[in-house]
Ligand binder design. Structure first.
Ligand code: SF4
Length: 240
């Protein structure tokens, strides 16, 4: 065994993975699929959906943990589809089906796990947000502005700007829209104006071809990050 590897057991199968590997990825590397709705390879896992729970330990001392955040440990015994795990996942799916009745991917995933209905009171029939927080994490980790966050507690939990008002921090980049797996975030572009999170952003046209590049606020953000004059971003990548 390499020094930086750990040996553990997943669903009865002895496996070796680099120390610190999240159980979700350790399982995946060994062809064991664990369902998840919030994991994204480019974002720090935070265990938002709780669908990826697995049972660790040996009876009677076992517990459920989020496999996306729990690291592989030497000698760990992991079950990815025990009765406890499946019951927990079904509960999570029922809660999400009530939260996002219009979530098609969610419904398909739930049906594949034998969950076709929810015992919980359904919210807005058009709601699709599965509270994966990919938008929030992208805004914070990738864009670096934290214009949105998860607000309120279940069952009112949702993504919002601070105090549900127009966020001064938002640069209108649309990264949250792009990453959202459920197409939930309202976004329009018309006549050189992009509207997202209730705020209007003027788009900067390319100095050479005239095509819109990005919101002026986003280019100003880039200028601040790089120290370059904002005008240096007024040419689109095709005309550079
Ligand atoms: S808006 Fe989209 S990305 Fe954000 S939490 Fe909801 S489903 Fe996830």
């Amino acid at each position: 065994m390499k020094n930086d590897s750990v040996s553990l057991t997943i669903d009865g199968k002895p496996v070796q993975v680099p120390a610190g590997t999240a159980l979700l990825l350790a399982a995946k590397a060994n062809n064991i699929d664990i369902p998840t709705l919030c994991y994204h390879p480019e974002l720090k896992p935070e265990g938002h959906c709780r669908l990826c729970v697995v049972e660790i330990g040996t009876a009677p001392r076992t517990r459920l943990v989020n496999s996306c955040t729990y690291p592989a440990e030497p000698g760990l015994v992991v079950q990815t589809a025990s009765a406890k795990v499946l019951a927990s996942r079904r509960m999570v799916l029922e809660l999400l089906l009530a939260q996002a009745p219009a979530g098609e991917h969610l419904k398909e995933m739930a049906a594949a796990m034998g969950v076709h209905e929810t015992r919980f009171k359904k919210g807005d029939p058009a709601a699709r947000c599965i509270l994966c927080a990919q938008c929030v994490r992208t805004c914070r980790e990738v864009v670096g502005v934290s214009a949105i966050s998860m607000a309120f507690r279940t069952p009112k939990k949702r993504v919002a700007t601070p105090f549900a008002e127009q966020s001064e921090a938002c640069i209108g980049c649309g990264s949250c829209v792009f990453i959202c797996p459920t197409n939930t975030i309202a976004y329009t572009e018309k006549d050189g104006i992009r509207t997202v999170w209730g705020r209007k952003f003027e788009l900067q046209p390319c100095n050479k071809c005239g095509n819109y590049i990005a919101p002026k606020a986003q280019l100003e953000h880039w200028a601040k990050l790089t120290g370059d004059p904002v005008e240096s971003f007024y040419v689109c990548k095709d005309c550079r």
